[in-house]
Design a protein around this ligand. Structure first.
Ligand SMILES: *Cc1c(COP(=O)(O)O)cnc(C)c1O
Length: 363
């Protein structure tokens, strides 16, 4: 059976190193916010190319805490896409701010910048650019727009650890970068984890305070919560971070092989943004007869994913409350056609060939 992702195969690749790092945490006397979290934060900040990184409990918290640290809350609006993980929107709502959703560009599945002016109001405080599937949103346009309007650019980098835009790592371009390290992500823990990046040391301080009850020297100075990253997950991520570039290189090679092998078939293949470097968190194609296509793959032991089957503005929890741009047609159209094929560093040659031949046999 081949699934869309396979975190345990990734663990097995680095098993002895991960196990010894976990064991050393268990045998230490420090399980929360100790030397492993601090070391991971420093290594990750260096890797992304920013001065500060802060470990938190998960990717949803990373966005919520970043927004709160920027003093965004009730009465404010935050623009993002409907074509994203529900987490992006859930995080906005948990601050009390209102989510305003726009459509995506047809080629790259990222935010349609031509709708920003339409949805912008004097309550707009930030844009969350989601780097979906491993590839950058149009950061040049969005960054300029944010500067012009004097609002914050927040990057949701949960699907693009290690990806670049114009030579810079994603998460180093906006005011703040938010990362999930859920097990299936390109940099995945063995449990929940998240990271926030910024170059602003005052923001770094506020984020650290909000992460732990708003504390400064164990006195709550601002409202906070508990979103600590634990030492075991930090130790695991510290090991995996060393191999992130290698793993991403492998994902890119796989994607190239899929693209070459499938190019003559009636499938819409991923398109690369010329200014960016894609890290293929997902390899997403569009097909016309999706149900039949998936049934066929499952018969051949291949279980693709769908990211995501229902746009957020059409989901029951959100459809009444969310504001949307006047045209959401691309988001609504692709939701019926997209399929995420398996693409992870541990896929074997045999598995890759069986995926390619199962797809070819369908057509
Ligand atoms: C995974 C993901 C998140 C949320 O991460 P959690 O760690 O599950 O809270 C947020 N945004 C995007 C785009 C994601 O893919």
């Amino acid at each position: 059976m081949i699934y869309c992702s396979n975190p345990s195969s990734h663990f097995k690749t680095y098993q002895s190193e991960i196990e010894s790092s976990v064991l050393s945490v268990i045998r230490s006397d420090n399980y929360i916010l100790g030397k492993e979290v601090l070391a991971l934060e420093q290594h990750f900040a260096n890797y992304i190319g920013v001065s500060c990184a802060i470990g938190v409990a998960n990717g949803t918290d990373a966005i919520e805490i970043a927004l709160k640290a920027l003093e965004i809350g009730p009465g404010d609006e935050v623009i993002t896409v409907s074509h994203t993980a529900v987490a992006t929107v859930a995080a906005i709502e948990s601050t009390g701010a209102k989510a305003v959703l726009v459509d995506i560009e047809p080629e790259f599945y990222t935010l349609d910048v031509s709708q920003l002016e339409e949805v912008f109001t004097n309550r707009t405080k930030a844009i969350i650019a989601v780097h979906i599937y491993g590839q950058s949103a149009d950061l040049e346009f969005i960054d300029d727009f944010c500067k012009k309007k004097n609002i914050f650019l927040i990057e949701d980098v949960s699907q693009a650890h290690g990806a670049k835009f114009k030579g810079k790592h994603l998460g180093s371009i906006g005011k703040v970068g938010c990362f999930s390290c859920y097990p299936t992500k390109n940099l995945g823990a063995i449990g929940d984890a998240g990271l926030i990046t910024t170059d602003d040391i005052n923001l770094d301080k506020r984020i650290r305070m909000i992460r732990e009850y708003g504390w400064e020297n164990r006195i709550s100075q601002i409202p906070g919560r508990n979103s600590r990253l634990d030492e075991i997950q930090a130790a695991i991520l510290k090991v995996k971070l060393k191999y992130l570039d290698l793993d991403n290189q492998r994902r890119r090679e796989l994607a190239l092989k899929f693209s070459k092998s499938l190019t003559s078939l009636p499938l819409k293949l991923p398109k690369l943004r010329p200014e960016g470097q894609h890290v293929f968190h997902q390899f997403v194609v569009q097909v016309e007869h999706r149900k039949e296509f998936i049934d066929h793959l499952i018969k051949r032991g291949i279980h693709p994913g769908i990211h995501y089957p229902v746009p957020i503005h059409l989901q029951p929890a959100y459809n009444e409350r969310i504001s949307i741009a006047s045209d959401m047609s691309i988001t609504e159209k692709v939701a019926h056609k997209i399929i995420s094929l398996p693409v992870y560093p541990g896929l074997t040659k045999k598995e890759i060939n069986s995926i390619i031949s199962a797809i070819s046999d369908f057509f």
